[in-house]
Design a protein around this ligand. Structure first.
Ligand code: KIV
Ligand code: ZN
Length: 472
């Protein structure tokens, strides 16, 4: 059966702002070369618009945007600018070499931003919207306008500004949740209201730009899509101002994995998501949290015995997407104190070991003891454990335990428990006991003379303790 054709109407355009909103967050600065490398991968993975920087912000930002504009083959290259003509002109200069270019210009529209940040009246802001979009349109047909702090903007004023921006030539209208304040139902209602009320809303594509201050950036963006938004602004690993932006890998995989309830699609090659995550983490020196959705190192790792057993029976028991679909080679069963016998045997087989019977039982007991003491049980630990098991399997006499008490005062003593010919505690005969005692004695007699004095006095005790231990 052939897959149903994807309709253009259901396509969600991916606008990546890793190099702008992502890079501007504290500590995430990238070098010029790193920015070029990230942009190249974004272009390769199918990102539709790369927001490459904020050209007026610094010479470095300008140079990076310009170089990315020269090199990018498929994506639209976009630069950010405030409402001033100086900003817009500088932005136009930076993106000028791009085959496909966009100017993204923004201004705050919420009461708190207009009053305290801009110190302007709403009617002044309204005039600036028209002026900024008109100026940007003089450079390119592709202009995006954003109402900063859109989710805290008074609805009537928001609708008036959106209408004016579209009339002035904006082709994309972005309604940002700048402070990560909204919730999915509210964002859905806001987008629907604007699209329904603004008379020329059908002439622009609407966009979501959600921050993650309450951990809802992805959910809010997807609610926006359900309300008619067809562009999501996001970043690799969700980096961005404060708690970050909606994470690209999460929005893309949500629509892919839950296409039954989110019937939209993107152009992203999801098998490059892990590579992009690693590249951005390395370039920014921002580690990815271990349990991060999609790209965290635990996203396809299983340690609990119940989960490992389920995974070995059928991967769909505990995985909703394949690791390959996001560019991870395979799921991993992490060996730790929660692992069960099934996973232990599977892991050993993978490593080329075939243990059975008592050998397997012993190895498993020793593995559990090790895992209790050690946070990470690596393949090398298992190798050492099993090799030892195999090497000792042929020994007739095995040391079960040894206690040595030595010091400058008092008698010295040594107690050993030996397992001879598999005569383990509870299943040993007298021969085993006697031999255990003799073993201790031998060990004592082999000591240097100085020690032997102490040892001779302790010999009977050694022997007795050996016996009593064994008889327990
Ligand atoms: O969060 C925000 O509002 C922004 C704008 C510049 C779009 O980053
Ligand atoms: Zn932002």
């Amino acid at each position: 059966m052939t897959a149903p054709a994807k309709s253009e109407q259901d396509r969600v355009v991916i606008f990546d702002t890793t190099l702008r909103d992502g890079e501007q967050c504290p500590g995430a600065t990238m070098t010029h070369e790193e920015k070029l490398e990230v942009a190249e991968l974004l272009d390769q993975m199918g990102v539709d618009i790369i927001e490459a920087g904020f050209p007026i912000a610094s010479e470095g930002d300008f140079a990076a945007v310009r170089e990315i504009a020269k090199r990018t083959r498929n994506a639209v290259v976009c630069g950010l600018s405030r409402a001033s003509f100086k900003d817009i002109d500088r932005c136009a200069e930076a993106i000028e070499p791009a085959e496909k270019k966009r100017i993204h210009t923004f201004i705050s529209t919420s009461p708190v931003h207009m009053k305290y940040k801009l110190q302007k009246e709403p009617h002044e802001v309204y005039e600036m919207v028209i002026a900024q979009v008109t100026r940007a349109r003089s450079y390119t047909n592709d202009v995006e306008w954003s109402c900063e702090d859109g989710t805290r903007t008074e609805p009537d004023f928001l609708c008036r500004c959106v209408e004016a921006a579209i009339n002035a030539g904006a082709t994309t209208i972005n309604i940002p949740d700048t402070v990560g304040y909204t919730v999915p139902e509210e964002y859905f209602a806001l987008i629907k209201m604007v699209r329904d009320r603004v008379p020329n809303s059908d002439r622009a594509r609407f966009s979501a730009h959600c921050h993650d201050d309450l951990g809802m950036a992805v959910a809010n963006s997807l609610a926006g899509v359900r309300a008619g938004i067809r562009q999501i602004e996001c970043t690799i690993n969700g980096i961005g101002e404060r708690a970050g932006n909606a994470s690209l890998e999460e929005v893309v995989m949500a629509m892919k994995v839950r296409n039954d309830v989110l019937p939209y699609w993107t152009n992203i090659d999801s098998t490059l998501l892990t590579r992009a995550s690693k590249l951005v983490a390395a370039a920014t020196s921002f580690p990815v949290q271990y349990n991060k959705a999609i790209v965290g190192r635990n996203a396809f790792a299983h340690e609990s015995g119940i989960h490992q057993d389920g995974m070995l029976k059928h991967t769909q028991t505990y995985e909703i997407m394949t690791p390959e679909s996001v560019g991870v080679k395979q799921s991993s069963l992490v060996m730790g104190k929660h692992s069960g016998r099934h996973a232990f045997v599977h892991k050993l087989q993978e490593m080329g070991y075939q243990l059975a019977g008592n050998q397997l039982e012993d190895a498993f007991v020793r593995f559990k003891a090790l895992a209790d003491r050690k946070k990470h049980v690596y393949d090398e630990d298992l190798e050492a454990l099993v090799d030892e098991e195999i090497a000792h399997a042929q020994n007739r006499v095995k040391l079960v335990s040894l206690t040595v008490i030595a010091g400058t005062m008092g008698p010295q003593s040594a107690t050993a428990t030996l397992d001879i010919d598999g005569a383990l505690p509870g299943a040993r005969g007298d021969a085993g006991h006697r031999r255990a005692g003799r073993g201790v004695g031998a060990a004592c007699r082999e000591r240097p003379l100085g020690d032997r004095q102490g040892c001779r006095s302790g010999y009977a005790r050694c022997f007795r303790q050996g016996l009593s231990r064994r008889a327990q």
